[in-house]
Ligand binder design. Structure first.
Ligand code: SF4
Ligand code: SF4
Length: 353
């Protein structure tokens, strides 16, 4: 038989920074998801509505589930926060996407722990391992496993490590004793709500994804609505602002894991530099990183918007050179995409003298 302390010790050996056990029961916070979807906050993410029933309780995923082993991995590395950088000229990319794809790295470690548990759990053991992609409300279970509390910015915050955490979990049939749930420590702070540039946090603990830059620059497949393009500022993949300003991240833990270090092309790179790279180079730099989720076309679209917002005359020249049949277009077939082309036209107009 395997005990909770053995699971935690093994999790630590595998490289996880935090491990706790959440109970399998009807946790009150699990009910908020449907209300959030009903309010239209999920935008185009139809899969959220499709999987809402499954997400309502892990027993929909594994009927015999008795406990959830929650895991967290720090991905913060030694680079300044986006709020400390030259906002208009630098391509802002969310911290979690700088290095290797967490689905692969954390997924392999989570699967290794599940396999280790299966070997010791007896013939009736069943377990499902997920990293973000499973129909599981990870942050709710993480809070009930004592890993941290869900902040007003909707991220999981650990009092000692901060909020730069990848969450993963193993739903299992082992009856492991749950840890104490974490208590909210946001108090009267509202810094994240005030700092969000697009008003995507209309009230504490509520994220309107349709206004969030993570959604607009990553999830949204078509055109960025014109009314929201200025708000994109220089974000080309995701946004970290509501975590950057959180006081619990002032001295957040850092990881020594090379997997999370930024790839050279995405390490504090200027918008113009990224824009001038051929598609093949962007694709190669994005390979096996979380940025593949957006792909080159969406990155090019976002770069056009960000350049349009930069007010930089050099950006206007670069955009002018990127017409059909030009040298840049030859190296960057993504520029021929009508959706991308429309954003380039918008950016040129915005930068016109
Ligand atoms: S990620 Fe950015 S846009 Fe989204 S809620 Fe946080 S601050 Fe607002
Ligand atoms: S910025 Fe303040 S309110 Fe927002 S998550 Fe952090 S502590 Fe909570």
């Amino acid at each position: 038989m395997v005990t909770a302390s053995q699971v935690k010790a093994r999790a630590s050996e595998l490289g996880f920074d935090l491990c706790g056990i959440a109970p399998v029961e009807s946790l009150p916070e699990l009910g908020f998801l449907q209300t959030w979807i009903d309010r239209g906050y999920a935008g185009e993410m139809a899969y959220m509505a499709r999987t809402a029933d499954r997400r309502a309780d892990v027993r929909a995923v594994l009927p015999g589930a008795r406990s959830v082993v929650m895991l967290a991995t720090v991905y913060n590395v030694d680079r300044p926060y986006s709020t400390e950088r030259k906002a208009s000229a630098e391509a802002r990319i969310a911290r979690y996407a700088w290095g290797d794809d967490y689905h692969d790295v954390v997924g392999a470690r989570t699967e290794a722990l599940r396999g280790w548990m299966a070997e010791r759990g007896g013939p009736t053991f069943e377990g499902r391992a997920y990293v973000d992609t499973g129909p599981v409300q990870e942050r709710v279970y993480a809070q009930h496993a004592g890993l941290g509390w869900i902040g007003k910015n909707t991220c999981l915050i650990n009092g000692e490590r901060g909020s730069w955490l990848f969450l993963s979990e193993i739903i299992c049939t082992l009856d492991l004793p749950p840890d104490d749930a974490s208590l909210d420590q946001c108090g009267s702070c509202t810094l994240c709500l005030e700092a969000c540039p697009t008003g995507a946090l209309p009230e504490p603990w509520v994220l309107d994804a349709t206004r969030c830059l993570s959604y607009l620059t990553i999830e949204l497949k078509g055109a960025v609505p014109e009314s929201q393009r200025e708000g994109v500022e220089s974000h080309v993949f995701g946004c970290d602002i509501c975590q950057d300003v959180c006081p619990w991240n002032d001295a957040a833990a850092q990881s020594a894991d090379r997997a999370w270090w930024p790839r050279a092309l995405f390490d504090q790179t200027s918008l113009l530099d990224l824009w001038q790279r051929p598609d093949a180079e962007l694709r190669s730099a994005m390979k096996e990183s979380a940025m593949t989720r957006a792909g080159v076309k969406r990155l090019r679209r976002n770069l056009a918007v960000a350049l349009g917002n930069s007010g930089d005359p050099a950006a206007r020249e670069a955009l002018e050179r990127a017409g059909p049949g030009s040298d840049p277009a030859e190296a960057a077939p993504s520029l021929d995409d009508p959706m991308v082309a429309e954003h380039v036209v918008w950016a040129r107009r915005k930068l016109a003298p």
